[in-house]
Design a binder for this molecule. Structure first.
Ligand SMILES: *[C@@H]1O[C@H](CO)[C@@H](O)[C@H](O)[C@H]1NC(C)=O
Ligand SMILES: *[C@@H]1O[C@H](CO)[C@@H](O)[C@H](O)[C@H]1NC(C)=O
Ligand SMILES: *[C@@H]1O[C@H](CO)[C@@H](O)[C@H](O)[C@H]1NC(C)=O
Length: 330
């Protein structure tokens, strides 16, 4: 199977939704500011360094009737957080945890050593330049949950957006010092749906009230899943423009894979994807200017292995009783 198919299946969902859901014994404080203080994290299991920034995590109930609560982790900027914008980060999947993947393996400050026990500080963390809010969304993903099991089967983009909006409105009540702060939404992969749809929900909410309750300034998606047409157009043009596939292969891709779904493509399209894959060679399509991580013969296997290996030690850490205990308290 060609590795191009995997470009948009970026996130092998980390199934911590099954492995790591804790029984929730949360008692919510009626006072949002008091809850903010309860959410403050002072130390993490496996953390043997001190920090120059504050971080918080906890639950926000987004629907009382069904008992839906979303889990967040908020990391303040390293320097002068009160002058910096807030960036909401959403992983895709659908089903991928923004905390176990986005925060712990991509853009967050705490990364996990291969031993699955120890943390280290990621020098490239986005909180070097902004306050970052990681949200596990929708319910069923990561530590976010619903007390109504059927919710897990009928999550959809619409409810995901409205639950996330409900989350943000309540979150700003808990963190009033951030109200009115410049706010950006970013994410990757299936968040190509979550990000613009949440942005639209916020814009509608603001315009209905004629005020900027959430001061949305912009949004950004990387490796975004949009639709089959746009996604093919984008990937093929990128590969071709970077000189990774030939003119002829580029033309064939556009003819034979046009409007085809990535996951269930036709045999003809698969064939030309294979050709493109061979031309791509040992280049990691996610990071074309860096050396590939392993020398495994198949690029696709390489990708899958890399993702899984990374995921296991994240799950080792998120499965630790001390981590579970922490999230069940919040
Ligand atoms: C923290 O733990 C790591 C991994 O065990 C070790 O390499 C590092 O030296 C430790 N740092 C401190 C400050 O103890
Ligand atoms: C879910 O149910 C548990 C147990 O009854 C309760 O403690 C918790 O507050 C409920 N969660 C929400 C979001 O309502
Ligand atoms: C969800 O769908 C309803 C009805 O189609 C629409 O009115 C509402 O704005 C949607 N919500 C969001 C957050 O997009």
């Amino acid at each position: 199977m060609p590795n191009l198919k995997w470009v948009f299946v970026l996130c092998l969902c980390i199934f911590i939704n099954n492995l790591c859901i804790s029984s929730c014994t949360t008692s919510f404080s009626p006072d949002p500011l008091a809850q903010q203080q309860l959410d403050r994290v002072f130390a993490l299991p496996g953390q043997n360094f001190s920090l120059s920034f504050a971080h918080y995590s906890g639950y926000v109930t987004v629907n009382e009737e069904s008992g839906r609560a979303l889990f967040y982790w908020f990391v303040e900027a390293v320097d002068d957080p009160f002058s910096k914008p807030i960036v909401l980060w959403l992983n895709g999947g659908p089903g991928c945890s923004s905390i176990a993947y986005g925060m712990a393996e991509e853009i967050g400050p705490f990364h996990i050593e291969k031993d699955g026990k120890t943390l280290y500080l990621n020098p490239y963390s986005w909180n070097q330049v902004a306050n970052i809010l990681f949200l596990d969304s929708p319910v069923g993903v990561g530590f976010s949950y619903s007390n109504t099991s059927s919710d897990l089967l009928n999550n959809g983009d619409n409810r995901t957006a409205s639950d996330s909006l409900a989350f943000l409105l309540k979150w700003f009540e808990r963190f009033p010092q951030y109200k009115g702060r410049d706010f950006y939404i970013s994410g990757e992969s299936y968040a190509g749906h979550y990000v613009p749809q949440l942005s639209q929900a916020i814009a509608r909410y603001n315009s209905a009230r004629k005020e900027k309750t959430i001061n949305l300034k912009g949004y950004m998606v990387g490796n975004a899943l949009t639709d089959d047409y746009q996604d093919h157009l984008g990937v093929f043009e990128f590969m071709w423009a970077a000189g990774m596939i030939s003119d002829q292969t580029y033309q064939q891709l556009n003819v034979l894979c046009d409007l085809q779904p990535f996951i269930h493509s036709s045999k003809q399209c698969d064939k030309v994807l294979d050709i493109a894959s061979n031309e791509l060679g040992d280049i990691d399509p996610y990071s074309i200017f860096t050396p590939p991580c392993t020398t495994s013969s198949s690029s696709q296997n390489r990708l899958v292995k890399k993702r899984w290996r990374a995921s296991w030690f994240t799950c080792d850490w998120t499965d630790r009783p001390a981590v579970q205990f922490k999230s069940s308290l919040e």
